[in-house]
Design a protein around this ligand. Structure first.
Ligand code: RB5
Length: 148
């Protein structure tokens, strides 16, 4: 799978671990930075990564900041993006099954690397269930259209 990956300085170490994990598993990674611990602004990483997912250049995205909150809020401003903050495998699975989340966000200052990599695996392996959830995801898109 071709996956967009990004973080600010607060998520750079977890991003590096996720990148290695994805490459070891045979995925293709498009890395939108950052690659240093120097302070940077998460919206500037979130936007191009989210755009790549919304445009279909990448199938999914994974974004990390200190909490996973800011980078997810920013990603969700790009039309077509459904970024989900998940710090447990139940939410990660549900975000795919029910919400068709196309971006996963996590916080490096919130969870450990082992759990984060498990969450990545569950999230990538889970599919959208459609059915009644299709209607609800469509209603989210309708809200988006109203404010464009
Ligand atoms: C950066 O200090 C921090 O605010 C950022 O990584 C993130 O947690 C914001 O939501």
């Amino acid at each position: 799978m071709k996956i967009a990956l990004g973080s600010d300085h607060g998520g750079v170490d977890l991003k590096a671990a996720i990148k290695k994990h994805l490459l070891d598993a045979g995925h293709e990674v498009v890395d939108f930075g950052t690659d240093s611990h120097e302070s940077c602004d998460y919206p500037l990483i979130a936007e191009p990564a989210a755009k790549a997912v919304a445009a279909g250049d990448c199938e999914r995205g994974i974004l990390v900041c200190g909490t996973g909150i800011g980078i997810g809020i920013a990603a969700n401003k790009v039309p077509g993006i459904r970024a989900a903050l998940c710090h447990d495998t139940f939410s990660a699975r549900a975000s795919r099954n029910h919400n068709n989340a196309n971006i996963l966000t996590m916080g490096q200052r919130v969870i450990g690397e082992g759990l984060a990599l498990d969450i990545v695996d569950v999230w990538l392996a889970s599919d959208f269930e459609g059915g009644r959830h299709e209607r609800r995801v469509g209603e989210i898109a309708d809200i988006e259209k109203k404010y464009q």
